[in-house]
Design a protein around this ligand. Structure first.
Ligand SMILES: [Zn+2]
Length: 81
C-alpha cells in the first residue's frame, strides 16, 4: 500500500489505536467501498474525505481518511525513506 500512509501517522502524531480499524485483506475493494459508498471526515481538517489510506501499524491496519487537499499535503510532506 502507499508508504506515505505510514508516514502520515507520524506527521499527524496520531495514535493508531484511535483510528478506525481497517481490514487485513481485499484492501483495494475496501478502499473503493470506503471512499465511494461511505462518507468520512478528513483526519486532518475535518472536511468530507474522498480519499482513504490504510496505515499498517503495530495495532493492525487502520484507516486514514483525507480530503484531496490534505492528501496532496501528505504527498508533499511525507518523504519516503
Ligand atoms: Zn483535509
Amino acid at each position: 500500500m502507499d508508504p506515505a500512509a505510514d508516514g502520515l501517522l507520524h506527521l499527524l502524531k496520531a495514535e493508531p489505536t484511535l483510528l478506525p480499524e481497517a481490514p487485513a485483506d481485499h484492501l483495494g475493494a475496501a478502499i473503493t467501498h470506503r471512499t465511494q459508498d461511505e462518507i468520512h471526515h478528513c483526519l486532518r481538517c475535518g472536511q468530507d474525505a474522498g480519499i482513504a489510506y490504510i496505515a499498517h501499524t503495530d495495532a493492525g491496519n487502520r484507516w486514514i481518511d483525507l480530503c484531496p487537499q490534505c492528501a496532496y499535503w501528505l504527498r508533499c510532506n511525507a518523504t519516503p525513506g
